[in-house]
Design a protein around this ligand. Structure first.
Ligand code: SAH
Length: 217
């Protein structure tokens, strides 16, 4: 199977026609080998236009959704990014091409360990991983220029909004039902101003600040 052809086709047929324009983002999608981030038996479907299971009841998002979230982050190569929900590590690898440093947190030990070994073997040097509750953020490394949550949250967890730099952006699927709203929030004068992008479906964010009464927006 020629994965490079499939990758190019994914960019030409799924990303560009739906409005993904940033040259660096498109380049990252042409480069990162998505088939290495899905279970081996699903490699043939790695570039298809839908999400795939990655084990432990979790999923790798559809390529377009990964691209859309990435494009809205507006990365120039200088940013320190925090990702919550490492999962397969695909979004992490995409971010590592586009930002200066990526810090990514996964709460499930099995996934965290597998992905850490994989990313290490692939030679990524600007990625740091941690197995923990990502709703607490990564205080020792804060503040962050960008934060991306790749699981559905009812509210933006308070520690994460505190760990976001002034002028920084946070991207997440907001909502607690089966459908959420992809939301981009920007920190201006200490407050988050959010805009809604589109509907989306993600697995739920779990953890201390993932329940409604502890959160804030
Ligand atoms: N970005 C991933 C998507 C994985 S699905 C990819 O490209 O594959 C969402 C992930 O978020 C799951 O692996 C889930 O275990 C993780 N997750 C859920 N709640 C979390 C939390 N509080 N902290 C860290 N990870 C969490």
């Amino acid at each position: 199977m020629d994965f490079e052809v499939l990758r190019k086709r994914m960019v030409e047929e799924q990303l560009i026609p739906r409005g993904i324009k940033n040259y660096r983002v498109l380049e990252a999608f042409r480069k990162i080998e998505r088939h290495k981030f899905v279970p081996q038996e699903l490699a043939a479907s790695a570039y298809a236009d839908y999400p795939l299971p990655i084990g432990e009841g979790q999923t790798i998002s559809q390529p377009y959704i990964v691209a859309l979230m990435t494009e809205y982050l507006g990365l120039t190569g200088e940013e320190k990014v925090l990702e919550i929900g490492t999962g397969s590590g695909y979004q992490t690898a995409i971010l590592s091409q586009l930002a200066k440093e990526v810090y990514s947190i996964e709460r499930l030990e099995i996934l965290a360990k597998k992905t850490e070994e994989k990313l290490k073997a692939m030679g990524y040097e600007n990625i740091k991983l941690r197995c923990a509750d990502g709703t607490l953020g990564w205080p020792e490394e804060a503040p962050f220029d960008r934060i991306i949550i790749t699981a559905a949250a009812p509210r933006i967890p308070l520690p994460l909004s505190e760990q976001l730099k002034e002028g920084g952006k946070i991207m997440l699927p907001l909502g607690e039902n089966s459908i959420q709203l992809l939301t981009l929030a920007e920190k201006t004068k200490g407050k988050l101003e959010s805009s809604e992008i589109c509907n989306c479906v993600f697995v739920p964010l779990l953890g201390k600040y993932a329940c409604k009464d502890r959160d804030t927006l």
